[in-house]
Design a protein around this ligand. Sequence first.
Ligand SMILES: CC(C)(COP(=O)(O)OP(=O)(O)OC[C@H]1O[C@@H](n2cnc3c(N)ncnc32)[C@H](O)[C@@H]1OP(=O)(O)O)[C@@H](O)C(=O)NCCC(=O)NCCS
Length: 287
Amino acid sequence: MNYLPPKMVCETKILTDDPSSLQGPHKDPLILSSTQMWPPLPTSASLAPPSSGAEEEQAKEKVHIREFQPPDQESARRIFYEGIKERIQSSAFRGLKYQPLLQSIYTVMAVICFVVTKSLLVTCCVPIFLMGMRYYYSRKIILNHLECALRTDMSDIDQYYMRQSGSCFWVAVLDGKVVGIVAARGNEEDNVVELRRMSVDSNYRGKGIAKALGRKVLEFAMLNHYSSIVLGTTAVKIAAHKLYESLGFRHVGVVEHHTVPGMTHSLLERLFFQLRYHRYCLQLREE
Ligand SMILES: CC(C)(COP(=O)(O)OP(=O)(O)OC[C@H]1O[C@@H](n2cnc3c(N)ncnc32)[C@H](O)[C@@H]1OP(=O)(O)O)[C@@H](O)C(=O)NCCC(=O)NCCS
């Protein structure tokens, strides 16, 4: 397969002066230009964080998605790090909602504690202890996983994504500042491209930046004639899942006991930490 050089597909500004001109049915998205492909995107004024002053100055600036450049390395790593680090809490606490077996085990542990100690006070401490252990293991494993990513592809984004055929890395820039990232990694054998490393600075969320980044990957996949885009996420928060659904991805399965580098699978670890890995796919063409 011949890939178009990433430069050819990464120059589109995400702003539009006439949003309505971008809407309407598209029977064959493959033949549309990038500005025609997707619904309207936010203006720079709406993308400014609530806390920032000088709105007038910012309104003059354009938020746009562009290819990664080596000076973006540290900002990209920071956004990636902070985005994944948020999962420590959500996996430890919110994640329990999706683990019925563990809920039962924890309940049995509390009952046993009451039977043995006959103390309500001690029994009330059981949930605190369990949540503490969940937080401990979640933190340990997610930080390990993060370190691993920061040592591999995120250690040299230019080398790993920009110099490889079929791969690319984009940043969302507002007022000269990198506020979001996403990567595409092609697999020539299967003719699929994987969307990876999607993350937006927490000060700039809910403004359509992730969607714009996602569209850039879609655009890249179409122009390079990939048959589908796949991704996997262990995100617990609803935002990531809504994002992929809103981009047209289909949820194609969930792996209940997902493993990430750094997991030891000890009994304690299994008792206090589980990851659900959701797989999504967006079919672009029939093979
Ligand atoms: C997930 C994440 C990338 C979303 O970034 P964002 O810029 O806030 O997302 P957008 O504003 O582009 O929103 C895109 C869609 O996501 C959904 N969404 C975003 N935030 C949401 C929230 N808090 N609750 C529910 N849905 C949400 C919306 O459906 C939205 O589509 P719509 O505008 O058509 O309704 C961001 O929260 C993040 O970086 N999280 C940490 C890292 C992470 O989890 N990455 C993805 C996992 S691989």
